[in-house]
Ligand binder design. Structure first.
Ligand SMILES: NC(=O)c1ccc[n+]([C@@H]2O[C@H](COP(=O)([O-])OP(=O)(O)OC[C@H]3O[C@@H](n4cnc5c(N)ncnc54)[C@H](O)[C@@H]3O)[C@@H](O)[C@H]2O)c1
Length: 267
């Protein structure tokens, strides 16, 4: 893949303050894109944007709760005015609340649905409106939704989370069909990352212990590695490079796809 293959592109990354989102933002910037970090976390979000700006990339920060339609409209408008366009959406913000099915709480399921499903749906809506011909940006583009290996396997204690990520997977396909058939010029794909030791990933390892499925977090991680043919956890850069590829012209005939980035765990 050529080094600066996203030169001139303008990208909004939700949940870009830290973890996988921050790594994706950095990878897109390295490939030449301008970056709007969008997150509920203001200080870490501005700090991540500031770090990327030091590499010479144009950046901005938008406070965005992905559950809120009006905040989406404002974040997209801020992206277009700050960066001068809007070509790439990374729908990365997400939450995971661990529970055995027998203990599941309605409010936890609703919170995950709200962030992981409603957030992704609203993000695609506002991306399509802005990127399609005649929209405020109007140049077409690429959307990458961050699903999870959890959408492809049956891992205990994350039934609700896995359901929301399966929804992201389906929404990706339907959005890709609508965009293609209705001439929006926006490709839509998703990634299925394996376990990544971010704040979320390490909390999950601790939660697996708390629900009695592993004796300690190291054993929980070892069991995931044991289920992974490539024999290690994912790193944020593994996910970031795959996202950058899907945004690039190298992926120009790829839409409606779900790409595992899980070392083979979901085979
Ligand atoms: N870490 C893993 O093992 C793993 C594996 C597969 C998929 N994923 C997915 O990757 C994505 C990123 O995960 P991560 O590990 O970096 O998590 P993280 O918890 O480290 O970071 C998530 C980011 O999303 C932001 N966020 C949360 N709710 C938000 C909201 N309502 N509006 C805007 N921003 C919000 C947080 O503030 C944070 O910056 C998530 O969608 C997650 O489900 C993670």
């Amino acid at each position: 893949m050529s080094e600066k293959n996203l030169a001139g592109k303008k990208a909004l990354v939700t949940g870009g303050a830290r973890g996988i989102g921050a790594a994706i933002a950095q990878a897109l910037a390295r490939a030449g894109a301008s970056i709007m970090i969008a997150d509920i976390l203001e200080e870490p979000g501005k700090a991540t944007a500031g770090e990327i700006a030091k590499t010479g990339a144009k950046t901005g920060f938008a406070k965005l709760d992905v559950r809120d339609d009006e905040q989406w409209a404002a974040a997209v408008a801020a992206t277009i005015s700050t960066l001068g366009g809007y070509d790439i959406l990374i729908n990365n913000a997400g939450i995971e609340i661990t529970s055995l099915v027998i203990d599941v709480k309605a409010e936890d399921l609703r919170r995950m649905c709200d962030v992981n499903i409603v957030g992704v749906g609203l993000g695609m809506k506002h991306a399509f409106r802005a990127m399609r011909p005649g929209g405020a940006a109007g140049q077409g583009g690429a959307v990458v939704n961050i699903a999870s290996v959890a959408a492809t396997i049956a891992f205990p204690a994350i039934a609700g989370y896995s359901g929301t990520k399966s929804a992201v997977d389906r929404m990706t396909r339907i959005a890709a069909v609508e965009s293609g058939k209705l001439g929006y010029g926006v490709r839509v794909n998703c990634l299925y990352p394996g376990l990544v030791p971010t704040d979320m990933g390490m909390q999950l390892a601790a939660d697996i212990v708390a629900v009695g499925l592993a004796p300690d977090p190291n054993a929980a991680v070892a069991s995931v590695i044991e289920q992974t043919p490539l024999g290690r956890l994912a790193e944020v850069s593994d996910i970031a490079d795959a996202a950058a590829f899907l945004c690039s012209n190298d992926a120009r005939f790829i839409t409606g796809a779900g790409l595992p980035v899980d070392g083979g765990m979901g085979m």
